[in-house]
Ligand binder design. Structure first.
Ligand code: ADP
Length: 481
């Protein structure tokens, strides 16, 4: 298929920014389709209509889905001004919280079926369905097991993007019946994983192409260290497995126009970035001073290397700096940081919760952004912080390794500070290098900040790569069909 052909693409995701977000998955699914549209393609999105979504939308269609011995009505609505479809069903989605419900297997099975079964009703016959993470994995199974010879569906190719292999959607074997497929797929070569039905395995097994969100992570998941028990299964499909580094939306994340931050700025007006720091300090109840501000914005889970932060915070607090943390997640981390906050109130700003506006203010008002992840499929925090001239200190793993080059080793091209070993000592060493330049060589620091703001981590290059993968997926489908 030539590239000048306009492709019809359906993105399917459990979260899409700005409608529902818990992490980077939402950012990607909220931005990549827009870049594909700008490149001349017809890219649309479908997601569940959660209770908290409140925007202008129009009724498009409704139809029944028989699932778990019940007839459920699936209502499809569409954003009045945009290309986003919502799957509405009171029973499954009219609740608070995207994940973590007792019936998530059934909720996302319903979503998978709705995303496929809605297509004739909305009169959209995509060339490719782009699946994202475990919640959508079984869609390619549905296409292959039910619709391989169906005139409407048989030419629809699928690509499965793994944003995080750790989250797999492994549920009781009975989940199979939500999809009306026979027991014959419940084998280790297909969807069975340690006697569970695995949503992610369905995506890996049946999709025409698989990819993950950075080149390094695409290699890491083929090893026993990074494979989360699926490395062997992924190796079997390694000929169809690719890595494409995520971008961010340079319109949404733009310090020159961002209406959430205190004062807009660009690479030429760094004093205005400093004003953002002073206002942030005021809001956090910290003393206003031009001292380094280190930030961490993250889901609070083991993946993010927070043990190292807990371990070193006391040492960091001895330095002339401030630290701000915005996050929510495991109770253990929330409580541990609360305790440290009560001890270091005059230097440590803490906000436990999910707050996109505060996140932007922290990106703009900080000097250093910390990501000491155990593993990181791509990571968007470091890309957003670069865009706001906030210099990342990261552990070199996955996408962090692909996007952040160490300044001390390469002052001409470095855009941050990196460490390899997962240890408090290595992380502290890297932070100290950054602090040293900030404190003793301000011109060099400003030059580094300017360089980081000017770097391009938008979707530009990666969109072309996705178009290549779509073409490969379509070719694979034809070759195997
Ligand atoms: P992950 O997808 O593993 O959570 P990423 O770095 O890829 O990590 O993306 C995280 C995204 O979620 C970023 O846009 C980050 O700013 C945002 N984010 C994380 N935690 C919070 C929070 N507590 N409040 C607001 N935004 C957050």
């Amino acid at each position: 298929m030539p590239f000048d052909q306009k492709l019809k693409i359906l993105f399917v995701s459990a979260e899409v920014a700005p409608f529902a977000k818990t992490g980077g998955l939402a950012d990607v699914c909220g931005s990549l389709p827009g870049y594909l549209v700008a490149a001349g393609h017809d890219a649309r999105i479908v997601m569940p209509k959660y209770r908290t979504i409140d925007c202008q939308m129009d009724y498009i269609a409704d139809f029944p889905i028989h699932i778990n011995a019940r007839k459920q009505t699936c209502i499809i609505k569409k954003l009045t001004h945009g290309n986003v479809y919502f799957v509405e069903n009171e029973h499954y989605y009219e609740r608070y919280g995207i994940y973590g419900h007792h019936d998530d297997a059934e909720r996302f099975a319903f979503f998978c079926r709705a995303a496929v079964e809605m297509l004739p009703y909305i009169e959209f016959q995509p060339d490719i369905i782009h699946l994202n993470d475990w919640h959508t994995g079984p869609i390619s199974m549905i296409l292959k097991e039910h619709y391989e010879d169906h005139p409407f569906f048989k030419n629809i190719a699928s690509i499965f993007t793994i944003h995080n292999l750790k989250y797999q959607g492994n549920f009781h074997k009975d989940t199979l019946r939500f999809f009306n497929v026979g027991d014959y797929v419940f084998v280790p070569e297909k969807v069975e994983f340690f006697n569970s039905f695995s949503f992610i395995k369905a995506g890996i097994c049946y999709s025409d192409i698989i990819n993950t969100v950075s080149e390094t992570y695409a290699k890491e998941i083929l090893t026993s260290n990074g494979g989360e028990g699926l490395d062997g299964f992924l190796i079997r499909r390694s000929a169809d497995l690719y890595g494409i580094t995520n971008g961010i939306d340079y319109e949404v994340f733009n310090p020159e126009t961002d209406t959430d931050i205190y004062k807009n700025y660009n690479a030429q007006s760094l004093d205005d970035k400093k004003l953002n720091k002073f206002r942030l300090q005021k809001d956090l109840g910290l003393p206003e001073a031009d001292i380094p501000m280190i930030a961490l914005i993250s889901r609070l889970t083991d993946q993010k290397g927070l043990e190292l932060v807990l371990d070193t915070l006391g040492e960091l607090m001895k330095q002339n700096l401030q630290f701000v943390l915005l996050g929510t997640g495991d109770e253990y981390y929330e409580n541990a940081f609360r305790m440290l906050h009560s001890r270091y109130k005059e230097k440590f700003g803490l906000f436990i919760g999910f707050n996109p506006v505060l996140a932007q203010r922290i990106y703009a008002g900080s000097d250093i952004f910390l990501m000491p992840s155990v593993f990181e499929p791509c990571g968007l925090g470091q890309l957003i912080s670069l865009r706001y001239g906030t210099i990342p200190v990261v552990r070199s793993t996955g996408g962090l390794k692909d996007t952040i080059k160490d300044y001390s080793e390469n002052p001409d091209q470095g855009n941050g500070f990196t460490f390899d070993e997962f240890s408090s000592c290595a992380m502290l060493g890297s932070i100290m290098k950054a602090l040293d330049i900030f404190n003793t060589q301000p011109e060099k620091w400003s030059a580094l900040v300017e360089r980081s703001i000017k770097q391009d981590y938008s979707w530009g290059k990666s969109v072309e790569k996705y178009l290549c993968l779509y073409k490969k997926a379509i070719n694979n489908l034809r070759a195997n069909g």
